[in-house]
Design a protein around this ligand. Sequence first.
Ligand code: MSP
Length: 514
Amino acid sequence: MSKRFYITTAIDYVNGQPHLGHAYEKIIADVIARARRSLGQEVFFLTGLDEHGQKVQQAAQAEKKNPQEYCDALAADWQAFAKKLELTNNDFVRTTQPRHKEFVQATLAKLNDAGQFYKAGYTGFYSAKEETFLTEKDRLPDGSFDASYGEVVELKEDNYYFKLGAHQQWLIDYIEANPDFIAPSYRRNEVLGFLKNNTLEDLCISRPLARLNWGIPLPFDPEFVTYVWFDALVNYTSVAAAHGDPALGYQPSTLNSQLSLWPADIHVIGKDIVKFHAVYWPIMLKAMGLPLPKQILVHGWWQKDGAKISKSTGNVVDPIAVINEWGLDAFRFYVLRELDIGPDGNWTDAGFRSRYQAELANGLGNLVNRSLSMLKRYRNGVVPARSNELSEDVSKAAELCKTSLLQNELQAGLEWIWKAVARANQYVDQTAPFKLAKDPAQAQRLDEVLYNLVETCRVLAVALWPYLPGTASKIYAQLGLNESPDIFSKAKWGGLQPGQVIGELAPLFPRKDV
Ligand code: MSP
């Protein structure tokens, strides 16, 4: 059994509808998963929902629903959303599933037996909104707490704590010895700075039932449920365990498959949850005796029109509305082309439209449409003899796109493809096939030009497939190929056979009057 390339996303809180930020992260993971499959790797892509904890309990209460019913109803929306984005996830985890809960409890029992936890009383200032105790450092200069914490109350309670301090130096050494563990590198430096300048406080891993009952009961003390982050992080391993992954050394109660997944190759997450993934999670795994994920890949946050995305102010981008109006691939293209993995991004409707017009409609769409239309008009849609004039430029672009994909440089990969699009559009202008068509003496030259153009479309479709699978498939269909452009090795010049008859043509990105 060979180990699969295992990629995960953060699991979203199921306390509302999905927005641009959620969609962005899932699309990043999907492109990487598709790229790896296209390059011949066996991939397991996991996404899902974080259903326990105060946020969800409160959201359910606000709608006068019991939390499970509330989660079930929303989970259906989120799963439909994953389909809408055409995510190729292999599983969808919900932290209320028995397979997850049983593994969390087994993990807790194991760590408790190993003496990793202790019980202690604590008095402190608690923000229910952020579900966290605040420290003196969180106070504003005037002694109050920021309004973003909501109501802050003083609370005394017993809880279970996970001893983190003992692991601090080991973690620093690990991150220093493994420069790719946290990417991009500035996020790694932030984590190292944090670890070197602070003493890790022990992590509270429980919540008393009196305060929160929507969680997984501690197996060794029924008066408590598990802290939502401890529960949530474990999903990356609980799903592998449920698939019978021998690396987890765990016998699930039901077993339908046997896969080798752990350690994860990439956890894709947003910048706000780095500490959980790059500090708590490695320490939890170390304590569990498990290998660490190979990489934590941190993306930035989207704003809209330069301001925070927020339901309460109405400053939102509804991905479903955008997709319904412009098509899924236009949405996938914009978020991937506009924002590299790392920095923050800013959505503007004008920016979206301008990329749609310039790069999709006038760039790629126009190239494919005019290349195939000319082939149809001048050669009855029959592919002429092979010619290699654009071979070097286009092959190079596909190769560089592949390298970028393997380095998770998704934006750069698109830039390579669009360099080739520009080159081919320029080639049309330079060779002027519409003029060649008027001169019978130029028939052979016209054949050459047409082959170069349609073969460019084909090669670019293969490179494009991980990003814009629908568009890539349409290009293949229009070329009359009844296979899928999902094998990267087909991005090799000369694949299109002379005599091949192209299919029905239709604009890939209809122009919109805006
Ligand atoms: N449930 C936790 C994650 C647990 S992972 C074991 C959580 N959920 S969340 O719904 O608040 O966020 C899910 C992901 O969406 C996070 O990676 C977060 O960074 C990302 N985003 C939420 N808003 C975002 C933007 N505005 N822009 C980009 N990504 C954003 O945290």
